[in-house]
Design a binder for this molecule. Structure first.
Ligand code: FE2
Length: 265
């Protein structure tokens, strides 16, 4: 019996059955995909304007390491944790040692309601930045020999800068490398984070390059945050749970809640 393939069938047009279209946009070497029929402007999704990391050479960097972790928590629980430092002294002793202002349960000098009283204080607990003698986010606080010479002195001294595109990714910039963290919901109580460390090509070629001195530090911190997020998720399951109370230090959690409410309207 003769058979006819679909491509030969007179009433079948392959073009009528394409793959689902998705919006794709390249931005500084990163590819963003949006499944919405009406994708928002990518730049508008960034939290503090797209110029915040202009001086970091993001598109020229190469991936030196990738790390994935699946957390037993909803993606919003992860972002709530990300948006406050109230928990920092309790679960991040090593990070608080490197970034002393975190010991005060705040993320930056202007998060202190009384910031103007301390604006000239050189103590890292008030001015922000890294502890004296530390140069970057690494296990021993040292920076790579090949730093980013495109940064201003103020940007180098800042220690870290965050660049966020809710709800999918944040990028951390340091004076010598960058780190991207993609957040992917896998289910109502399961979220994957995929972390990439990005370096100058010449850094990766160095025979004395100590990758673990950098990656182990952030992995330790992110493991601590993952554990806290999973504990928070367990708390939400309690039959007694109704809602929590936001503290003044959780102003960015409030902003995150507002962002969700806006998206649901
Ligand atoms: Fe944390």
């Amino acid at each position: 019996m003769a058979t006819t393939s679909l491509s030969e069938a007179p009433d079948f047009n392959k073009a009528d059955y394409p793959l689902y279209p998705v919006a794709v946009q390249e931005w500084r070497g990163c590819i963003f995909v949006c499944l919405s029929d009406n994708p928002p402007d990518l730049v508008d999704s960034f939290d503090r304007g797209s110029d915040r990391i202009d001086n970091w050479p993001l598109e020229t960097l190469q991936v030196g390491h990738t790390w994935r972790k699946t957390m037993q928590c909803n993606w919003k629980v992860f972002w709530e944790n990300f948006n406050e430092c109230l928990h920092c002294p309790n679960i991040h002793p090593e990070l608080c040692d490197l970034v002393p202002i975190y010991k005060r349960r705040i993320s930056g000098p202007r998060d202190d309601p009384d910031w103007s009283a301390h604006k000239a204080d050189p103590d890292a607990r008030y001015r922000g930045g890294l502890r004296p003698g530390a140069e970057s986010w690494s296990c021993d606080g040292t920076a790579l020999p090949d730093g980013f010479d495109t940064l201003t002195e103020a940007e180098k001294e800042r220690g870290q800068v965050y660049f966020i595109s809710l709800p999918s990714v944040f990028i951390a910039g340091h004076r010598d490398y960058m780190r991207t963290v993609r957040v992917l919901p896998l289910g109502p109580e399961e979220t994957e984070i995929e972390v990439e460390w990005l370096f100058l090509p010449e850094t990766l070629m160095r025979p004395d390059f100590r990758l673990e001195n950098i990656t182990d530090f952030a992995i330790m911190v992110m493991d601590q945050d993952a554990k806290a997020s999973e504990l928070n998720q367990k708390g939400l399951r309690s039959l007694r749970y109704e809602h929590g109370v936001l503290m003044p230090e959780e102003q960015y959690v409030k902003s995150f809640h507002d962002w969700i409410k806006n998206a649901l309207d």
